[in-house]
Design a protein around this ligand. Structure first.
Ligand code: SAH
Ligand code: SF4
Ligand code: F3S
Length: 450
């Protein structure tokens, strides 16, 4: 009877969850389930959840409150929690808010239909075992046609940063085979995709039969030179010279590195178990800028880790001023049960965390604004992604360095085209430009680097 079941899914958290949602839908689709974007017609509502900070989980509890009302009206509705929160809270989630029937962790998605059947048979569907080997290699993700695709190249994390719940929710690090990744990119190329982002919690430790992440990037880049290759996240510990040279060598590997620093204080970095010093980090940035001219950086920063003093905080400000990131994701420290830092005293008050975070955000906005202003008058090639959110009179694209650029729509220009633009204004978040000409990025890049 499963043909009749309609599934609606919502995704929270990081890009790995977005990619997992496509794997989950792939599994369900293969078993005859239908996918719907209208939750009112769904028989099964799934939330693919995140546990990274307490507020991520609170959001899900809020959502479960709404779903309870829906379920009161339609008692046969099945509600499932998937992803990191499922793994962290396991059976404690069942019956949560009187609504959860199904709990499936990140390594059990192959079994999801079996678990749904258990619910239909009157039981509770719980699958939360972690695996050392599961990579969903052979599962074709359910993707709509488009320009950009996410592609997980590895799962799990072995770094055990002391603040982080991911090693517990996603299990041990494992890499997907290089050949299966390249094959998937070939399929994406045939379907007209123009951008692939290779995903992992720490892609730099990718390893498949002696082939490392640089080898994977190089193999991905040559599949279709019209496809831009992006990747995230790089841990500063394993960013190798070979990787930097590989990025420099291939015009279609984007000159953009997300390199989370977390803190500018060596004492805090050690307490975080980040395994690098600020000095090492800054050297990496400098080296990357030499090897890849024009490379842009973004980062993650945590404000108010246990024992962080105002001086430690100023060191973070100092690193931001030295690196001048193009962008940053900035967070207040949130204690997570089961992590090492959870045992440390959460002694920075909420008020201090907010104050430091505000200072960090304000500084980053100022830096992003200055960097973006300095691009005015320059030419940039963008991959056109679609129409601007605000109006169909404008199109939106992204530069190689991952900046959003808006330009007046031109007849005949379509999503997936590469166009040269000239920038005429900028905010801290967006560049605004004018269409110059449509380009062939392969040839153009050769000219630029010649
Ligand atoms: N694997 C990536 C990051 C994954 S989580 C990496 O190592 O960089 C994304 C970001 O969330 C982290 O970089 C960190 O800045 C933030 N984060 C993780 N745990 C957190 C916590 N307990 N409190 C606040 N921020 C946290
Ligand atoms: Fe978490 Fe650290 Fe692993 Fe990133 S590298 S996922 S921050 S433990
Ligand atoms: Fe959240 Fe899990 Fe990603 S905790 S950030 S969804 S790996």
């Amino acid at each position: 009877m499963s043909e009749l079941h309609k599934v609606y899914i919502e995704t929270y958290g990081c890009q790995m969850n977005l990619a997992d949602t496509e794997v989950i839908l792939g599994v369900l689709w293969n078993k005859g389930y239908q996918v719907t974007k209208n939750q009112n017609e769904a028989d099964i509502i799934l939330l693919n959840t995140c546990s990274i900070r307490d507020n991520a989980e609170q959001r899900i509890y809020g959502r479960l409150g709404n779903l309870k009302k829906q379920k009161n009206k339609k008692p046969e509705l099945v509600v499932g929690i998937l992803g990191c929160m499922a793994e962290r809270l396991r059976k404690n989630l069942i019956g949560s808010k009187g609504v959860v029937d199904l709990v499936v962790g990140p390594d059990e998605y192959r079994r999801i239909t079996e678990l749904i059947d258990e619910v239909y048979n009157g039981g509770k569907g719980i699958g939360v075992k972690l695996s050392r080997t599961e990579t969903y290699d052979d599962i074709i993700p359910f993707r709509e046609d488009g320009i950009s695709a996410w592609l997980s190249v590895m799962r799990g994390c072995d770094k055990f940063c002391t603040f982080c719940v991911v090693p517990f929710t996603r299990g041990r690090e494992r890499s997907r085979s290089l050949d299966s990744i390249v094959n998937e990119i070939k399929l994406l190329s045939q379907r007209g995709f123009r951008e692939v982002t290779l995903l992992g919690q720490n892609v730099n430790s990718y390893l498949d039969n002696g082939r490392d992440f640089a080898d994977l990037l190089a193999a991905a880049a040559v599949v279709d030179k019209l496809i831009r290759i992006r990747f995230t996240t790089s841990h500063p510990q394993d960013l190798s010279d070979k990787l930097l040279y590989t990025i420099a060598e291939h015009p279609n590997i984007c000159n953009y590195i997300h390199l989370p620093v977390q803190s500018g204080s060596n004492r805090i970095l050690e307490l975080m178990n980040r395994t690098y010093t600020v000095e090492h980090y800054l050297e990496l940035i400098e080296k990357s800028r030499k090897i890849i001219p024009g490379v842009s950086f973004s980062t993650d920063i945590i404000a108010g880790f246990p024992s962080e003093t105002y001086e430690d905080h100023l060191m973070t400000i100092d690193v931001m001023n030295k690196v001048r990131y193009d962008g940053a994701y900035m967070f207040k420290y949130s204690p997570r049960e089961g992590t090492k830092a959870h045992k440390m005293e959460n002694d920075v008050t909420e008020e201090m965390k907010s104050k430091r975070l505000t200072e960090i955000i304000d500084l980053q906005q100022k830096i992003s604004f200055e960097i973006n202003q300095s691009t005015i008058g320059k030419e940039e090639i963008v991959l056109v992604e679609g129409y601007s959110k605000k109006s169909d009179a404008f199109m939106s694209g992204r530069t190689d360095t991952n900046k959003v650029l808006i330009f007046p729509a031109i007849d005949g220009i379509l999503p997936g085209d590469y166009v040269k633009t000239v920038i005429n204004s900028a905010t801290s978040a967006t560049l605004f430009g004018k269409y110059v000409e449509t380009v062939n990025p392969v040839k153009d890049k050769i000219q630029l680097t010649a």
